[in-house]
Design a protein around this ligand. Structure first.
Ligand SMILES: [Zn+2]
Length: 186
């Protein structure tokens, strides 16, 4: 029986974490100068799914659970925040290993996560620094916006102008929500 190159690698903890987070074998092989075969072998023999899941979950997250447990949407928020921490951690790993495919996949997931969290925070009324930001992500606003743009259908120029203004405001609001949320989460 030959000894496992990965298990005896100086940076085997980092490699295990990267594998668990989904870095491609090819990227790992380049980054750590080991053969793809040895990574495949190690992954199969020494890194079972349960161990991988444990590595991904990481240390307990620092969230105000009493506050978040109150309602269902708040526990959904806790999940979103927890997921985002994991996505950011994975993004670090992907960048560290230079896995471009993984970076763009994670970037898209993070974008979704931020969007959903932003909406949820708006619904919950968290982020009191600017009331207008919350108004913009409330379901009622979305309805109003849809109806407004629909009503302007016979006037394409006006509709375009209004839509452009709304997009501008929403873009600013989204950035503000992201800033708020980071404060809330960390
Ligand atoms: Zn091994």
């Amino acid at each position: 029986m030959t000894k496992c190159t990965i298990c005896h690698h100086r940076e085997h903890a980092a490699i295990d974490l990267a594998i668990a987070r989904g870095v491609s074998v090819l990227a790992l092989s380049r980054r750590y100068k080991v053969s793809t075969d040895s990574i495949y072998r190690h992954k199969k023999a020494h890194l079972p799914p349960t161990l991988r899941a444990k590595l991904i979950a990481g240390p307990d997250l620092d969230i105000d659970l009493d506050k978040l447990r109150e309602t269902e949407s708040q526990s959904l928020l806790a999940n979103l925040v927890a997921l985002r921490h994991r996505l950011f951690a994975s993004l670090d790993t992907a960048e560290e290993c230079g896995d471009g495919t993984m970076i763009s996949r994670l970037a898209a997931q993070l974008h979704n996560n931020l969007e959903i969290t932003g909406k949820l925070l708006g619904d919950l009324g968290i982020g009191s620094t600017a009331t207008i930001n919350n108004v913009l992500v409330m379901p009622a606003y979305v309805e109003m916006r849809v109806e407004l743009v629909k009503a302007l259908e016979p006037f394409p120029e006006a509709r375009q102008a209004v839509a452009a203004v709304l997009r501008g405001i929403e873009h600013k609001a989204a950035d503000a929500i992201k800033a708020d949320k980071r404060e809330f989460a960390s």
